[in-house]
Write a protein that binds this ligand. Sequence first.
Ligand SMILES: Cc1ncc(COP(=O)(O)O)c(C=O)c1O
Length: 386
Amino acid sequence: MFSDRTAWNLEANPLSKALTDRISSGKQVIDLTESNPTKCGFHFEAQQILEALSHAASLNYEPVAQGLLSARNAVVEYYRSRKCAVNVNDIFLTTSTSEAYAFLFRTLCNPGDEVLIPQPGYPLFNFLADIQDVPTAPYPLIYDYGWQIDFHALQRAINPRTRAIVIVNPNNPTGHFCRSDDMHHLNQICLEGDLAIIADEVFLDFSLGKDMLSNNKALTFTMSGLSKISGLPQMKVAWLIATGPETLKQQGVARLEMIADTYLSMNTPMQLALPALLELRHNFQQQCLTRTRNNLAQLDKVLAAQRLCTRLNLEGGWYAVVKVPVSGSDDGLALELLNARGVYVHPGHFYDFPADGYLVVSLITPEGPLATGIEALIGLIGEKFK
Ligand SMILES: Cc1ncc(COP(=O)(O)O)c(C=O)c1O
């Protein structure tokens, strides 16, 4: 009756099951994984958001495959404010970056062609690619005082069926950026191998120092959207932008346009609201950066008082990785922490860390719960390794 590609193991894993049981039995949970900005106690300009959604022109339907020009111009303006010039004709609005990934995988890959994804990385990649019959192959990020791409392994992972390399700037959950020499190296590899770069920059504005350059050497598809930029994932507005060698880029844009035209998935009220919702990013980003900085400082303070756990260096994004002593699986440790202390964290395994000994916490968790949760985590580890 059903396709092989949907033959997933849909059984809840022990950690999610324990979480659901705990919540349904009314026990307290300190959730250090919360990364939905609408649930983290930020102040949103409610009236301005709601006004943006009630544009009179929403009563008309003007189907435009790439998205309404006024909305795409707002995206151009956003990049201009970051001193980055993008061409309005190379932008496609999508209902999420997930949809942008789907469009790109359909544009670049035949069934069975591969894309390379960073490891550790965003857990949704495998599903997004699987649904499009595109296998993923990981390329490792290695940690040595900071994260970096293992280019030797990346090059070994390329085979005749490889079509694209996904990079995430800053990466979820490692919080590191590709440096300009990394981009140079990646461009060379992609130009030589006829590969595209898919650059996921949803967390780009949440840098703790560095900034990222836009890429136009190899064929590149850069994506971002409102879910992180303005903390509005419920609006379902994202985009992808094609850059690179002109002829190749135009071919890509023409093919993408056919796909976008087939779905016309962007709704009119959201496109009309986009300029105002992008403007509201400043208020959100200020709160969010303050939150992540405070939480990092708190995390470091607690970690400084003990010697068993450390925090890995990061350059941006919404996550911190805590290195813990290995006494079993990370899944087991996360489960024990939830059962014994009511604190929920993600095991590194969730992000495909290649070894045990890593837990991931969301830095946009409200400050109080983060402090309590980290104390509880360190307390449990201290007891285990007395
Ligand atoms: C790397 C990365 N890309 C994309 C997204 C989701 O973006 P969207 O809501 O536009 O699908 C996330 C969400 O956490 C993410 O971590």
